[in-house]
Design a protein around this ligand. Structure first.
Ligand code: ADP
Ligand code: S3P
Ligand code: MG
Length: 190
């Protein structure tokens, strides 16, 4: 069953899902969950360590299991990790149960926001080496190209490049409230 007030935020790493999610939840009066934080708490280790010790496939499995636990909540914002939608079963679960929102940003802005972060294992060299700015931008561009078709399946898309965080939260609050109103009206009319 679809709950339009179960809001999933998607988008590439650095698009602001984890920053905007709790602010948006507060503004809507909803609960908040960050999928990566839930996984870290359940595994009792960081995403970096999960990737290094158990591998990416194990992490993707944890994403699915954790999403299944979130299940059919209502009035909740969930900040996803940037790679979740690549898994067909995760995508299916998310799109059948809630409202999907894509925070869209350009590779240039994403690179600027990510270049000094150390907690994104996919943006490191094979030996854990810090990548150069050019290498990060190249990887972001390649991965984004691969993932964008799925991101674009979202119910709502918000461009965030030139927007302050507060502006994104305000715009999203308005758009989501309108979306929920329309969706419940359509359901009642059926
Ligand atoms: N306009 C903006 N919108 C969103 N994030 C921004 C913006 N400007 C700077 N940032 C920064 O970019 C980073 C986004 O990281 P994060 O919220 O963890 O993204 P994600 O969860 O999508 O990977 C944060 O450090 C945030 O403060
Ligand atoms: O892009 C990805 O595949 C990942 C993004 C990360 O989340 P953010 O999008 O919050 O950085 C985190 O889930 C993990 O490092 C893998
Ligand atoms: Mg995040």
């Amino acid at each position: 069953m679809k709950h339009h007030s179960l809001i999933f935020l998607t988008g590439f790493s650095g698009s602001g899902k984890s920053t905007i999610g709790p602010l948006l939840a507060n503004s809507l009066g909803f609960e908040f969950i960050d999928l990566d934080r839930e996984i870290e708490i359940a595994a009792a280790k960081s995403i970096n360590r999960i990737f290094a010790e158990d591998g990416e496939a194990a992490f993707r499995e944890l994403e699915l299991r954790t999403l299944e636990k979130i299940g059919q909540q209502e009035r909740m914002v969930v900040s996803l990790g940037g790679g979740v939608l690549e898994n067909d079963r995760c995508f299916e679960l998310i799109s059948t149960h809630g409202t999907l929102i894509y925070l869209k940003s350009s590779p240039e802005i994403l690179t600027l926001r990510l270049q000094n972060k150390t907690d994104r294992p996919l943006l490191k060299g094979p030996d854990g080496r810090k990548l150069t700015r050019e290498e990060i931008q190249q990887r972001v561009t390649e991965l984004l190209e691969k993932r964008e078709p799925r991101y674009m399946k979202a119910d709502l898309v918000l461009f965030t490049d030139a927007k302050k965080i507060g502006t994104s939260v305000e715009e999203l609050t308005r758009k989501i409230e309108r979306h929920i109103r329309r969706a419940s009206k359509n359901t009642q009319e059926k």
